[in-house]
Design a binder for this molecule. Structure first.
Ligand SMILES: Cc1ncc(COP(=O)(O)O)c(C=O)c1O
Length: 249
C-alpha cells in the first residue's frame, strides 16, 4: 500500500479506523506497518494491525492502536484462539456478554478489563497451549533465525521452479517477507494440484485463501493459487521432495 495513496484517501474521506493485514497471506509481502500507523494517526484514525501472518516471524512493534493475531499460525499455538493487544490508553467496548465470570456475585457482566471481555467459559486449554508455544518461540534472535531458515526453503523452492513455464510464481513485491510461495500451475487447477500434493502427504493450501481482492490484483480470479508455506523445521530434503513431485507431473 503506497502510504501517499493512503494519506490521500484518508484526506478525501473522514475515517475512524484503518484495518490492515501486516503481511499478505497470499504472497508473503510485508506491509510497512509503522508508516501506515503514522499516516492513519496523522489523519485522526485508529489503526488495527492483523498480525496473524507475522506473529512468530517478525517484530510486531509498530505503535498501532490495536494489534490482533491468531494463535495457530507461526506461533504454533492451538486453533480457536487469538489475542488483541491495545496501545496504552486505548479502550474497547465488549461485544459479547454472558456469565459474570470473575464477578460471580454480580447480576451484570463486569465492566473492567480484562473480565469485561471474558464472556462465557474461557478456552483454557488453548490459552495454556499458546503459553507453551510462546516458550518455544523464545527470543527475538531465535525467531529471526527461524524466519531465515524458512525463507531459505522458500528460495530453494522458487529456484527449483524458476524458468519452468508450467509454474507461474507470485513472489512478494516487498523485500521484507514471510515464508510463503504462491504459484499458479499451468496444467492443473490449483485445487487439483492441492489434492495431488495432499495424496503425497504434502499439505498446502489451494484456492483463494479468504482474500478475494488480491486475486483480482494478481489476475488469479479463475482458481486462486497454490500456497506452499515452509516452516522453521522444514528441511532442504522436504523441499527437494516437493520439487521432485512437481517435476514429475
Ligand atoms: C491475515 C489473517 N487474518 C485472519 C485469519 C483468520 O484467523 P482465524 O482463523 O484465527 O480467525 C487468517 C487466516 O486464517 C489470516 O491469514
Amino acid at each position: 500500500v503506497p502510504t501517499a495513496a493512503l494519506a490521500a484517501a484518508l484526506a478525501a474521506a473522514p475515517t475512524r479506523l484503518v484495518v490492515f493485514t501486516h503481511a499478505s497471506n497470499v504472497t508473503g509481502a510485508v506491509l510497512d506497518a509503522a508508516a501506515i500507523v503514522a499516516v492513519s494517526r496523522a489523519a485522526g484514525a485508529w489503526s488495527v494491525v492483523d498480525a496473524s501472518q507475522t506473529a512468530g516471524w517478525l517484530d510486531l512493534r509498530c505503535d498501532a492502536d490495536v494489534v490482533v493475531a491468531s494463535a495457530h499460525k507461526a506461533l504454533q499455538g492451538p486453533p480457536g484462539l487469538g489475542f488483541v493487544a491495545l496501545r496504552p490508553g486505548r479502550e474497547l467496548l465488549p461485544q459479547k456478554q454472558g456469565g459474570t465470570g470473575s464477578g460471580r456475585t454480580e447480576a451484570v457482566h463486569p465492566v473492567a478489563w480484562p473480565a469485561a471481555f471474558e464472556a462465557g467459559t474461557p478456552n483454557t486449554p488453548a490459552i495454556l497451549g499458546l503459553g507453551a508455544a510462546l516458550d518455544g518461540v523464545a527470543t527475538p534472535a531465535t525467531q529471526a533465525a527461524a524466519l531465515q531458515r524458512a525463507l531459505a526453503r522458500v528460495d530453494q523452492l522458487a529456484l527449483g521452479l524458476a524458468d519452468d513455464p508450467r509454474w507461474r510464481l507470485l513472489p512478494p513485491t516487498s523485500s521484507l517477507r514471510t515464508p510463503i510461495l504462491s504459484l499458479v500451475p499451468r496444467d492443473y487447477e490449483p485445487s487439483e494440484l492441492g489434492a495431488i500434493l495432499a495424496d503425497a502427504d504434502v499439505h498446502v493450501r489451494s484456492g483463494f485463501h479468504c482474500a478475494p481482492w488480491i486475486h483480482a490484483h494478481l489476475g488469479t480470479v479463475a482458481g486462486g493459487t497454490v500456497r506452499i508455506s515452509p516452516g522453521a523445521d522444514t528441511t532442504a530434503a522436504d523441499i527437494d521432495r516437493v520439487l521432485a513431485l512437481l517435476h514429475r507431473l
